[in-house]
Design a protein around this ligand. Structure first.
Ligand code: G4P
Length: 528
């Protein structure tokens, strides 16, 4: 194996997803702690104020005290080079989150044990399922009262239609939480007061066969319950099948407490063992193997204003194959141009650093003078490939935006176009109309505020916004002429900037109704 292949082999690139407050940040922080990237837990984020230290990129973000931007962290752990794609914690920013999943090889889903599946987890899961991304579930907050673990597994299976495999099992919960049982090793990891610290610690371990010692650790009552649970689990027909895990059809489930630092290291080790190095990626007409010599990457996220002094943009790319070298000449497929990537950066645990080389699985951020779009491919000149584009996800809120100052036409148009290019908003317009006013579609309504704010501060343009009642969008597939369709009065026909025709509906049921009224009409939820 060449040095390059060894580097790729040890890469693990995954996204961490959850509903806000389930504990994603806390878990990420513990990973960094075990990797030695930070010395003490609490340095990534304690309270909202500390969060800004890590991604102090947008003024608005500061004002709101939420994390709008998703960040990428790289750290080492026991020979692995780990890339974590963090996803915005606020539910309003899920379009970015969706895209981040396109750059990951697997996902860690953090679930609050008291709450179970919450709306944002549900949405994100659909995207993982669409791409068959392996999902590892961490059921968090076991130090608090949680729902029955059986119920939680049942919910995952019935809501998501996948199998689950409990890798460990909680012993008690809340004030009664006594630890977890490792099913593979058949031993109890006891939870004790000293876990409440912030440092790396190891749990007291005891094989389940040593009845007396285990009883002493967890008490007779919980020992009896655990024995029953173990018997039930072993006999319940949960089969572990790695191939199914890797297809995203079976989710290994782990219980623990991120805050109490309990079960985290076991989770990390097991997860790293079961996940794969970077996987092959499909191009329009081929498959690119990550271990091949040629460099290739695609842009999955564009971030504006990382440095307020300049109106700069950073394009984040996921390297899909080979080795990236700073200053080498590469090819931007969509722009049909050769280029050298200026100032490539990588996000380390707490800072941004210029990188000289990076490998398949890594994420780099490069300066974007306004040439990249989401989904673009950058590759070696000697082997030109073009990755499949990133789908456009259906926005759920729409508003009409108009300029207040009629003189500011150019700024308005440029601003709207540039911001749309970054991909956080989608713009539509009425057929055959200009850019006097546009219909903006977003996944979360906070993006409307971000848009207004950015048009005002970056493009000196005041806008008027009128929220629209439509909440569902479908792309019309094929060459149906929309003017011939039978539509209700509140169904709106609009076009995107590629000229695709779309319909906006006020209710989900109208989608089915419209299809029934117009036989042969084919509607799609995503646009390619
Ligand atoms: P998020 O990134 O998914 O939004 O969640 P985050 O880690 O910020 O955690 C949300 C809240 O839940 C935090 O409390 C955090 O301390 C708490 N938490 C996370 N994991 C656990 C756990 O295993 N057990 C318990 N009991 N709590 C947990 P907060 O008070 O909102 O914030 P902070 O002041 O602690 O930062």
């Amino acid at each position: 194996m060449s040095d390059m292949q060894k580097e790729i082999e040890r890469r693990r690139t995954f996204a961490i997803i959850s509903h806000p407050d389930a504990g994603k940040t806390t878990l990420t922080e513990k990973f960094l702690l075990y990797g030695g990237a930070i010395q003490l837990a609490g340095s990534v984020k304690g309270k909202a104020a500390a969060r800004h230290a890590v991604s102090d990129w947008m003024e608005l973000e500061k004002q709101r005290g939420i994390s709008i931007t998703s960040s990428v962290l790289q750290f080492e752990y026991e020979g692995f080079c780990i890339n974590i794609l963090d996803t915005p914690g606020h539910q309003d920013f899920s379009e970015d989150t969706y895209r981040t999943l396109m750059a990951a090889d697997s996902a860690v889903m953090v679930i609050d044990g008291a709450k179970g599946i919450e709306p944002q987890t549900r949405k994100l899961f659909r995207i993982c399922a669409m791409r068959h991304i392996p999902i590892f579930t961490f059921i968090n907050k076991c130090d608090r009262d949680t729902r029955s673990p059986y119920d939680l597994l049942e919910e995952l299976e019935s809501e998501f239609g996948i199998g689950t495999y409990p890798m460990n099992w909680p012993i008690g919960s809340g004030s009664d939480f006594k630890g977890i049982y490792d099913r593979d090793e058949k031993k109890v990891l006891a939870y004790q007061d000293f876990h409440k610290g912030a440092n790396r610690i190891h749990a007291l371990e005891c094989p389940i066969g040593e009845t007396e010692a285990v009883t002493e650790l967890i008490g007779q009552r919980l020992f009896d319950t655990l024995s029953e649970d173990v018997e039930l689990l072993d006999g319940a027909g949960y089969e572990f099948d790695l191939a199914q895990v890797r297809r995203g059809a079976l989710s290994p489930v782990y219980f623990g407490s991120a805050l109490m630092n309990f079960g985290v290291e076991q989770f990390l080790e097991s997860f790293l063992r079961l996940t794969t190095p970077p996987l092959p990626r499909e191009t329009a007409d081929d498959i690119v193997d990550p271990f091949e010599d040629h460099f290739s990457a695609f842009v999955f996220k564009i971030q504006a204003n990382m440095n307020k002094a300049h109106r700069d943009r950073i394009a984040f790319m996921r390297i899909c194959s080979g080795k990236f070298e700073r200053n080498a000449e590469y090819f931007h497929v969509q722009g049909n141009k050769s280029l050298r990537l200026a100032q490539p950066q990588q996000m380390m645990a707490e800072s941004r650093e210029v990188v000289d080389e990076a490998y398949a699985g890594d994420i780099i951020g490069v300066f974007d003078p306004g040439i990249y779009s989401i989904g673009d491919t950058i590759c070696d000149k000697s082997r030109k490939v073009c990755f499949e584009g990133i789908p456009t996800f259906a926005p759920e809120h729409f508003a009409m935006f108009e300029r207040v100052d009629t003189m500011k036409r150019k700024q308005f148009e440029t601003g709207i176009r540039q911001i749309a290019q970054e991909g956080a908003i989608q713009i539509f317009h009425e057929p055959n109309s200009g850019l006097e006013s546009v219909i903006v579609g977003v996944v979360g309504t906070l993006q409307f505020d971000v848009l207004e704010y950015r048009l005002r501060t970056e493009y000196s343009t005041e806008v008027r916004r009128r929220d629209l009642p439509q909440e569902h969008v479908r792309w019309i597939v094929g060459d149906t002429d929309p003017s011939t369709l039978e539509l209700t009065r509140d169904t709106r026909w609009v076009q995107d900037f590629k000229g695709n025709n779309l319909l906006l509906f006020t209710g989900e049921w109208l989608v089915a109704w419209t299809q029934k009224q117009n036989p042969g009409l084919e509607l799609a939820e995503f646009s390619r």
